[in-house]
Design a protein around this ligand. Structure first.
Ligand code: ADP
Ligand code: MG
Length: 389
């Protein structure tokens, strides 16, 4: 009993919902966040992707909403898909509680439906900063009585340039509120925001234990730009299970996916340039294993909760260590073994790889890096996490 959700003294309706969702034991971050959040304290939480942050904030918020019919929550998430996932989880948790209504405020969906839904005074509002601000400007959304604020994946929202919108939105909220802020990484920017949006927050940072993290096998491959596609074909023909291929631009996502289709692979591209229903379709078909391969940009893939991804291929090496963490976090979920292969095509990328993996960066290496069309070196190492500080 002590390892189940029962120990938190949650409303029975919520315990019932968790049982239906087949959540039996809290994850590490949930176990730390839930009891503190239930006391009303602000929280700055971080833990790796896939560790269960959604329920970590949803459970204490929903528990409090169930006791207080007048209370409400605003959850901001960086992308439409993430907002949808959060709204889905929260709706499941409140199913059966008639007084708790959810609204999802995201772009790419008809605003009329959202306006109608808003008129029913929903107490659970989940959205992306853009659309939420839009509703504030139209006067269709009022936040001056909001009880709880959740900022999910604040690091990514900042990366995506939402900081001004977030600031405007938060100015509309009462100062008296409980704020829960989550990030996959913590840095000075996040600390600064925590300083202005949170009040004496509890800092909860769940580091993954070594044995938990070793299930992602990381490899890097030094290769010239022109040799990448050939290597990709070879790699794909050798690998079994679902693959997510990361590239740096929408155009490249479309192009690589087209080229792979020409080579008879079942593949789709996903990026921010697709319409909402197209993105949904791609995710759904990938989930249902109609395709084994998707080619994605960082923005489109962030936070996607798909369990069966076996391989992450960084066709273009990410620009920042944080992106690397998020990308490889797509695999090795729930204890399964995952593989992450990075193609490294420039001295800068090699340098970043080394920084990420806490390896010494040798100066002369910059000059001596030569591009070749085949394998220069094939390297494999266990996953270590020491770059999120
Ligand atoms: P994060 O936000 O940290 O990346 P998510 O909240 O998306 O992680 O959770 C990852 C997966 O784990 C989801 O599929 C979710 O349903 C599942 N999950 C979360 N908490 C539990 C739990 N306590 N028991 C079982 N599954 C859980
Ligand atoms: Mg999340």
């Amino acid at each position: 009993m002590s390892n189940t959700f029962q120990k938190y003294n949650l409303p029975s309706a919520l315990l019932g919902a968790l049982a239906r969702m087949q959540y039996e034991h809290p994850t590490a971050i949930q176990d730390q966040v839930i009891p503190i959040a239930l006391t009303g304290q602000d929280i700055l939480g971080s833990s790796k992707t896939g560790s269960g942050k959604t329920a970590a904030f949803s459970i204490p918020v929903v528990a409090q909403l169930m006791h207080r019919p007048d209370a409400s929550v605003l959850v901001l998430a960086p992308t439409r898909e993430l907002a949808e996932q959060v709204a889905g989880v929260m709706s499941s948790m409140v199913s059966g509680c008639k007084h708790l209504r959810t609204v999802l405020l995201i772009g790419g969906e008809p605003i009329g439906k959202q306006l109608m839904r808003l008129r029913t005074n929903p107490n659970i509002i989940v959205g992306t900063p853009g659309r939420v601000e839009d509703h504030l400007c139209r006067g269709s959304l009022h936040l001056h009585k909001t009880t709880f604020l959740v900022l999910d994946e604040i690091d990514r929202m900042l990366d995506m340039g939402f900081s001004i919108q977030i600031d405007k939105i938060i100015k509309r909220l009462p100062v008296e509120r409980q704020t829960l802020m989550f990030s996959a990484t913590l840095d000075r920017n996040i600390e600064r925001l925590a300083g202005s949006y949170l009040r004496q927050p509890a800092r909860i940072n769940v580091e993954i234990a070594d044995n938990e993290s070793k299930n992602i096998q990381e490899e890097s491959l030094y290769i010239s730009e022109s040799g990448k596609f050939q290597v990709l074909l070879e790699q794909l023909s050798r690998r079994e299970g679902s693959v997510i291929i990361f590239v740096k631009t929408q155009m490249r996502a479309d192009h690589i996916s087209y080229q792979l289709q020409q080579a008879n692979f079942k593949v789709r591209a996903i990026h921010g340039g697709l319409k909402q229903h197209q993105r949904k379709r791609v995710i759904k078909d990938f989930r249902n294993k109609h395709y084994a391969i998707i080619v994605a940009t960082d923005v489109a893939a962030r936070g996607l909760d798909i369990d069966h991804i076996k391989h992450v291929i960084n066709y273009d090496f990410p620009q920042a260590a944080e992106d690397y963490t998020h990308r490889i976090g797509r695999t090795g979920r729930a204890g399964a073994t995952g593989f992450a292969l990075s193609m490294i095509a420039s001295p800068q990328e090699k340098r970043l790889w080394r920084i990420i993996h806490n390896e010494p960066v040798e100066k002369e290496e910059r000059g001596s890096f030569r591009q070749s069309s085949g394998f220069n070196r094939f390297k494999s190492r266990p996953f270590r996490r020491s770059f999120s500080g």
